[in-house]
Write a protein that binds this ligand. Structure first.
Ligand SMILES: Cc1cc2nc3c(=O)[nH]c(=O)nc-3n(C[C@H](O)[C@H](O)[C@H](O)COP(=O)(O)O)c2cc1C
Length: 189
């Protein structure tokens, strides 16, 4: 309705966020947390969980450009298309699991640069992996959002208990609020 300023609709573009779990376990707590984020995304934001980690070939800089494997191209395209990336990752031997580091290496050349990213945590004790992952992602020039640290303690829990914890209102609010803070960060850039 021209001339009627109060009736103008402000359209905010939908944000697409890619969630990556660093665990390949069928009963992974990190994958459950990633799925929980997808279910608790705030209005105006869609979280899609990446499921190709286990099929990614090991990164080889000789296989880039036209030689990029299709699975790697798919991940590069998904990260490029996403407005932000959320990573939930276990700690193995005080480090980042090889599969996740491999995925980050795949996107590090281009797609990672300036891409907003946030870490979330399913284990309260994985402090070495958290620090290493943050260092790796900063070095790859991800724009790491570090103001909010979502932690939902799922370490050692079996799927029914994990589901119960993630269905608690406090957990759902924490996931919703963490994504909201991340989307504010994305939109402020
Ligand atoms: C090979 C291996 C090494 C691990 N090393 C550590 C470790 O150094 N520190 C730690 O806190 N947990 C360690 N863990 C435990 C996992 O980080 C923990 O079980 C995590 O919650 C698994 O995540 P997931 O449920 O998503 O698979 C290790 C587990 C495995 C299988």
């Amino acid at each position: 309705m021209p001339g009627n300023e109060s009736s103008k609709l402000i359209s905010i573009p939908l944000l697409n966020i890619l969630a990556i779990s660093g665990s390949l376990r069928a009963a992974s707590t990190n994958s459950a947390l990633s799925a929980g984020l997808a279910q608790n995304a705030p209005t105006g934001c869609r979280v899609i969980v990446y499921d190709g980690l286990g099929r990614l070939p090991i990164f080889n800089p000789d296989d880039e450009g036209e030689r990029t494997p299709p699975q790697a191209s798919a991940l590069i395209d998904a990260v490029t298309a996403a407005d932000g990336v959320i990573v939930s990752c276990p700690e193995y031997a005080h480090g980042v699991p090889g599969g996740l580091k491999n995925a980050l290496d795949v996107v590090s050349r281009d797609a990672a640069v300036g891409k907003p990213a946030m870490l979330v945590h399913a284990s309260p004790r994985s402090l070495f992996a958290r620090a290493a992952l943050a260092e790796i992602m900063r070095t790859m020039s991800f724009a790491l959002f570090e103001d909010t640290a979502l932690e939902i303690a799922l370490l050692g829990k079996k799927p029914p208990e994990v589901d119960r914890i993630l269905s608690e209102p406090a957990s759902q609010l924490a996931m919703h609020n963490a994504i909201s803070a991340f989307t504010d960060f994305i939109r402020s850039r």
